[in-house]
Design a protein around this ligand. Structure first.
Ligand SMILES: [Zn+2]
Length: 316
């Protein structure tokens, strides 16, 4: 497992903001265990789209999952009494708006857990986008050309037929415009359903979590999922991520489930305590790690954290 991560790192470090989060390999192919068995716990909704899989998590919460591309990105649709909130918009491969239109007729607000392109590439399809007033966000909102991200979208990263009209050779992420800047601590009221925003940079400079206390769930984006978590890119900060894990832990009594941005959903909130402990363990020089090229990988069982080497903590 560790060897696999290190081999993967040498390739992945070449890609811009790549989110390769696989650890489900059980056979010869990276996709042999996909779609992951854990999704069968939820009711699958037919939306007439062969690329996305849609699951009903609760009466008013849907997950839109992309199991046929190795990032296994997940978007969430939170339905309130008056509005709906679409958290992340995946990779721009199939028609996400057509799917969302089938799930709700309410006005839809888009917000991103952070602006890596695998979470924002459907933004351009929607009218109302909320986001941070942050230079990193502004840069990513300009979109990404094929020359930047095309290497992440090849036939080697896909194991099912692509939707009609999607051309892999000119894949790009279209620009989008933010209509409303959100602040740390802001509440988005969807009408009888309030979603709290907490700013937690670390994985990226513009990472947020969204907390739905009424439904006891936290949308974690890439700040937590049960797989290798990336805190080693040029724009990541372990010092910030350490604080992020503390802030997330602060909600432990408010939530029962974590809804991550990749791989699997509805993970137990007990991970919040384990994540906080993990970041503290990383600060302990006696904690073992696997050495990669300019990175360290710390293994915590069903998740790991990849950081820079030397560790970027306490460095001015
Ligand atoms: Zn990311």
């Amino acid at each position: 497992m560790i060897k696999k991560i290190i081999i993967a790192l040498s390739t992945i470090l070449l890609l811009t903001a790549c989110e390769q989060t696989q650890e489900a390999e059980t056979g010869n192919n990276w996709y042999d265990a996909l779609p992951r068995e854990s999704w069968s716990r939820f009711e699958k909704i037919d939306v007439g789209d062969n690329w996305f899989e849609v699951y009903k998590l609760t009466d008013n919460t849907y997950a839109i999952y992309e199991p046929y591309q190795w990032q296994e990105a997940i978007s969430y649709l939170l339905i309130g009494g008056e509005k709906a909130l679409l958290v992340d918009t995946l990779q721009g491969i199939s028609d996400l708006k057509a799917v969302v239109d089938q799930l709700t007729s309410l006005p839809v607000i888009v917000i991103n857990t952070h602006t890596h392109y695998d979470h924002t590439s459907g933004n351009h399809q929607f009218e109302t986008i909320y986001g941070l007033d942050n230079p990193y966000t502004a840069e990513n909102a300009k979109g990404h050309k094929n020359s930047e991200i095309g290497s992440s979208m090849t036939m080697n990263t896909i194991w099912k037929n692509l939707p009609d009209g999607f051309n892999i050779s000119n894949y790009e992420s279209k620009p989008f415009e933010i209509d409303h800047f959100v602040a740390d601590g802001e509440i988005i009221d969807l009408g009888g359903r309030e979603i709290e925003i907490a700013y937690i940079p670390g994985h990226s400079p513009d990472s947020i979590i969204l907390v739905d206390k009424q439904n006891r769930m936290m949308l974690t984006g890439d700040s937590f999922y049960p797989a290798p978590i990336y805190v080693y890119s040029e724009t990541s900060s372990f010092e910030d991520y350490f604080m992020a894990s503390q802030i997330m832990f602060g909600y432990q009594n408010d939530v029962d489930y974590l809804l991550p941005g990749h791989n699997e959903t509805m993970q137990p909130a007990s991970y919040l305590n384990r994540l906080r402990q993990a970041t503290m363990d990383i600060l302990n020089p006696t904690t073992p790690f696997a050495q990669g090229q300019d990175v360290r990988s710390y293994d915590f069982g069903d998740f790991s954290i990849i950081v820079k080497d030397p560790l970027d903590f306490g460095i001015d």
